[in-house]
Ligand binder design. Structure first.
Ligand SMILES: N[C@@H](CCC(=O)N[C@@H](CS)C(=O)NCC(=O)O)C(=O)O
Length: 260
């Protein structure tokens, strides 16, 4: 029996959601609304004292950290393997997962928190926001929330994040011009990881990620979006954040001119 505590299929929560769907594992879903600070409530802190999502409970195990959680899912359940057995391909998958998690993801996340999360909560009662910050267990998350709520990301750090996103997008495009999937020939957790982080790139970075400039990324995103597990997972989204995925629908074939 698996219970998953998650937010939208997006970034970290979407990783185990999509991995479980690919493996065909049913799970009990507990949706936590990040913008209502559900993740800092005492009921959830009893599961994950760090107050971050996702968290997964399997039997008597509580698993946190979305990327190792996906590896656990792949190892613990039957279903199609989501990690290559070839050592070189596995190294390549892990190389990219590390790059996604430690470089690309945090930069995109900072931009997302400054343009989406901050504005989404900023209008609320200041006393409510102050109390919400005080309840956050991890200092690093308190800092991120404070900056988002009070619009305190500096121009310098945002510029550095934009530079990193540009660099990472170009590197991914180059990689996908040589390899069909992240590890090479097989759809793996590396693709699950990258899709969660990047599915909205064509919308959030339209001048960097589009059919002309990054055709390989666009094709890769569309192929992943067309998988039944991805469709089913994104259908669980409740907000506009997850609804952005629909921009990966392939453009309808141009209407044929009628025969004269
Ligand atoms: N490294 C962790 C990061 C988890 C994390 O920070 N998740 C974000 C949501 S994407 C979160 O819980 N934020 C809650 C908060 O900052 O209050 C993972 O991969 O699971």
């Amino acid at each position: 029996m698996v219970t998953l505590y998650h937010w939208e299929p997006n970034a970290n929560s979407g990783k185990p959601m999509l991995a479980l769907a690919e493996k065909g594992v049913e799970y009990e879903s507990h949706y936590l609304d990040l913008l209502k600070f559900d993740q800092h409530r005492s009921e959830y802190l009893r599961i994950n004292p760090d107050g971050t999502i996702p968290a997964m409970v399997h039997g008597d195990r509580v698993l946190t950290e979305s990327t190792p959680m996906m590896e656990y899912i792949d190892a613990a359940f039957p279903g199609p393997p989501l990690r290559p057995s070839d050592p070189g391909q596995r190294w390549r998958m892990r190389w990219w997962m590390r790059f996604f998690d430690s470089y690309f993801g945090p930069s995109l996340s900072m931009i997302g928190w400054s343009v989406f999360v901050g504005p989404a909560v900023r209008q609320r009662d200041p006393a409510e926001l102050k109390a919400a910050i005080e309840r956050i267990p991890l200092e690093s998350r308190r800092i991120a929330w404070r900056k988002a709520m009070y619009n305190e990301f500096s121009e310098q750090e945002l510029a550095e994040s934009r530079r990193r996103v540009a660099f990472a997008t170009d590197l991914l495009e180059q990689h996908l011009s040589r390899y069909r999937w992240i590890c090479g020939e097989q759809y793996t957790l590396g693709d699950v990881n990258g899709f969660n982080l990047g599915y909205a790139l064509p919308l959030s970075q339209p001048e960097r990620c589009n059919d002309q400039r990054t055709p390989y990324i666009m094709e890769w995103l569309r192929k992943i979006y067309e998988r039944p597990a991805t469709r089913a997972t994104w259908a669980k989204g409740r907000t506009q954040l997850a609804a952005r995925v629909s921009m990966l629908e392939r453009p309808a074939a141009a209407a044929r001119p009628m025969n004269p």
